[in-house]
Write a protein that binds this ligand. Structure first.
Ligand code: NOJ
Length: 778
């Protein structure tokens, strides 16, 4: 549907002064934009002052019901019985989610803009997590690039595609720190570390929104979620309660959220679970004290889906009315899909329990976001332009680059990789070797048709006709419980294999391996084994994959294992017996091509682990930045250990190999001693001492030796990914200052920076042993 100018009558009904002129001007600009070939998305850029005036003018004309409408987000089409037009015509929904249909967006928007009393446009929200049509690696993989610029550019493209399709608001980035790989939602975030997580959070906000909200026409509003502590669910079980002391909240779980605020994020989403016995959706400490009072957040907070209603189920609110009261007064502005606000807020205001001023405070930032996004000027989406934006070949090219940069080489005994392109035959084996959906990964937008290049296809593309390729999937991986996302899957459902069919598939896979010179095994997890409601207790290769791997390796052929998965896996056997292991994560649309680029040496992998790989799920939570224990490992009788297994991880945080080797030397602090509050440069020389060019991620870790509180054994406080030619050396300098050296102290109940001695390490992972000291004096 082409963009239509507003048809509504220009009566004295005008919601705010100057609107007639404004619409006329917008129309003129629109015509000019079309004539000049410029983007029709071009919008007037308004100052904060102008936006605030517009908000106040509009607010002053709104009825209580219309205001509560703006605080209400409804499910567009996904839930039975919902008729968005009917609700929107009455001004009953400020936002719609779970709809992904450009034509429907325009139809609904026409009703909102032309038929509702105040003509307020609807904000369309959807989870665009790692791409809209062009799918990038999952966020955990993007964090493995240790390159925020890659993440920023990927989300810029995701925003461009989503906005072209009519989406204004994405429910991302997910910035929850996750230190327990059993928790399925680890795939949606940047892993275990607050420093890396903060860098990735800010990069995603910049990518989605642009330099500041509303200044770039082909961007979307971002949403930092899930506020806060969701990743610390007890036992790694999704939605389970969380108990986090304030020091850990502030030092570990909150920094990525604050980084999102500093990057200008427009919205926040509250988490589902109880935080220290208070559900996040009704948690005044989080939503008011931290977010607004301390950080000065000016945007609005939406609940997670159904979470306001669920305050009753959680045993917190007595009934839905109490739930609405407690969520709104805690600082939660918009109710996602539970319908609790529209049903209960009107009476709460009429009964004097909630004041109109409280309602207005919640409405203001929602209207402000709509003004900033230019929705009053450009409410509609140009349907004729969608396909052109979505099929831009540059987007896929960048998806390939992002996937290349996110891959982590875990093992390469005897330099098996890169493989030669002049082998005569290769077997590509495994249930994930040719699965488009699992290659694209967890959480695609509704209705998306997986169109990834699989690893099999990528290897075919790379080797052409000259190399014989044997392929067999082996037995399917079976999920024992249905996935949350099965309901949204497109295409015919694959019937489950019978045990006989699975055995035949197994035998075919072994036979395929026998026939080839080299074997590439593509194993891991189905995409829907991570993500929401997808925790796992055991972190090994599910199904018969381990058995198949052991049998194929037993054939004595060179085997490279490519992992496709959404969380750290326990692959202890493989780590000892499979010569080459490449962690490809869920690599997205161009994943298979990127894997082939790395396997055959056109790209040298340089990614690093953003989360610790455990030896078993029983070790979780497992993370590098733990405190020292009373009896550390290595002491005689008493030590922190299991009777029946090691405590050490399989692969540490920050780890990753390359086809070349790097040498770190000459770690120096600019000054041996600094004062509290000073900044100091830390420099280290890095040299590529191998034969090929490659990337290294220079990582700086610190440890405060003593102080008011015990401090973690190591904490990442700086990183930089560099590229070095063979023989090239570079001095990398990073700085440490109060932000890096300070912390929130339990003993003192506040942020402090202390006079103390610090260990500093630099290297290519969190076990780096190149050491220097820094003395901080008062
Ligand atoms: C529930 C999920 O927890 C959240 O991450 C998501 O954004 C909403 N549903 C909306 O789909």
């Amino acid at each position: 549907m082409p963009i239509k100018p507003c048809r509504r009558s220009r009566s004295s009904n005008s919601p705010h002064s100057g609107r007639v002129f404004h619409l006329a001007l917008a129309g003129l600009l629109f015509v000019f934009a079309l004539a000049s070939g410029a983007s029709v998305w071009a919008q007037a850029s308004l100052s904060d002052e102008q936006i605030s005036q517009k908000v106040e003018a509009l607010l002053s004309r709104m009825t209580l019901e219309e205001k509560i409408g703006q605080l209400t987000q409804i499910a567009g089409g996904l839930l039975p019985g919902a008729n968005p037009e009917e609700v929107v015509r009455k001004g009953g929904a400020g936002s719609i989610l779970w709809l992904n249909d450009t034509k429907r967006f325009n139809e609904i928007q026409h009703v909102a803009v032309e038929e509702s009393r105040l003509h307020i446009p609807v904000l369309f929200g959807l989870d665009v997590i790692h791409g809209y049509r062009t799918i990038f690696p999952v966020p955990l993989a993007m964090a493995a690039s240790w390159d925020p610029k890659v993440e920023e550019k990927a989300q810029t493209i995701a925003a461009r595609e989503a906005r072209a399709a009519g989406i204004h608001w994405t429910f991302g980035p997910m910035v929850d720190i996750a230190r327990d790989a059993r928790w399925g939602r680890i795939v949606e975030g940047a892993g275990e570390d607050p420093y890396l997580g903060s860098a990735m959070a800010a990069a995603q906000v910049r990518g989605f929104q642009g330099p500041s909200l509303g200044t770039a026409p082909d961007r979307v509003v971002a949403c930092a979620k899930h506020f806060a502590g969701y990743g610390a669910a007890e036992g790694g079980r999704d939605y389970d309660s969380v108990y986090i002391p304030e020091s850990r909240m502030r030092n570990v779980y909150l920094p990525p959220f604050q980084a999102a605020v500093k990057a200008g994020v427009g919205t926040f989403m509250s988490a589902y679970m109880d935080l220290n016995n208070v559900p996040a959706a009704g948690n005044r400490w989080l939503l008011r004290q931290i977010l607004r009072d301390e950080w000065g957040f000016q945007g609005f907070v939406v609940s997670d889906a159904m979470a306001v209603g669920n305050l009753v189920i959680q045993g917190f609110a007595a009934d839905p009315r109490d739930a609405a009261y407690r969520a709104l007064t805690a600082g939660l502005d918009m109710d996602m899909a539970s319908g609790t606000y529209p049903k209960n807020l009107p009476d709460l205001v009429r009964d004097g329990k909630i004041t109109m001023a409280q309602i207005d405070d919640a409405v203001r930032p929602i209207l402000a976001v709509k003004f900033k996004m230019g929705l009053f000027e450009n409410p509609y989406t140009d349907e004729s332009r969608v396909e052109q934006v979505l099929s831009n070949p540059e987007h896929r090219a960048y998806a390939r680059e992002a996937a290349q940069r996110s891959m982590v080489l875990l093992r390469n005994e005897g330099g098996l990789l890169p493989l030669s392109k002049s082998i005569s035959s290769v077997a590509v084996i495994g249930p994930l070797s040719d699965s488009k959906a699992d290659t694209e990964g967890s959480w695609l937008v509704f209705g998306h048709q997986p169109a990834a290049v699989t690893v099999l296809e990528g290897i075919r593309n790379k080797l052409g006709q000259s190399v014989r390729i044997e392929h067999a999937n082996g037995p399917d991986i079976k999920r024992d419980i249905p996935s949350f996302f099965d309901a949204f899957a497109t295409g015919p459902k694959k019937p489950e294999q019978t045990p006989e069919q699975a055995q035949t598939a197994y035998d075919e896979a072994v036979a395929a391996a026998r026939k080839a010179d080299v074997v590439v095994m593509v194993l891991g997890e189905l995409a829907n084994m991570s993500g929401e409601a997808a925790s796992r207790a055991h972190l090994g290769l599910p199904g018969r994959q381990e058995e198949l791997l052991e049998e194929v390796v037993g054939l004595g052929k060179p085997v490279a294992l490519v992992l496709i998965n959404g969380r750290p896996l326990s692959i202890s056997w493989a780590a000892e017996h499979v010569p080459a292991i490449l962690e490809a994560w869920e690599p997205g649309s161009e994943g298979g091509n990127a894997v082939a680029d790395v396997l055959f040496g056109d790209v040298n992998p340089g990614g690093k682990l953003p989360a610790t790989f455990p030896r078993s799920g029983a070790q979780e939570p497992l993370y590098y930045a733990h405190n020292l224990t009373h009896q550390p490992a290595g002491s005689q009788m008493y030590q922190s250990r299991y009777w029946d297994g090691p405590t050490e991880p399989l692969y540490p945080f920050g780890y990753g190999l390359s086809y070349t080797t790097f040498e770190f030397s000459n770690l120096q602090t600019e000054r041996a001693e600094i004062r509290v509050g000073d900044r100091v440069g830390i420099s280290v020389d890095v040299k590529n001492i191998g034969k090929v060019a490659g990337d290294e991620v220079v990582q700086i870790y610190i440890h405060q030796k003593a102080g008011s509180d015990s401090r973690p054994v190591r904490q990442l406080k700086g990183f930089h990914r560099i590229h070095l030619a063979p023989g090239e050396q570079q001095a990398v300098t990073l700085t440490l200052g109060p932000d890096e050296l300070g912390y929130w102290s339990t003993s003192q109940g506040k942020w402090i920076q202390e006079a103390a001695t610090f260990d500093i390490w630099a290297g290519g992972d969190s076990t780096a042993d190149l050491h220097a000291s820094l003395k901080v004096v008062p």
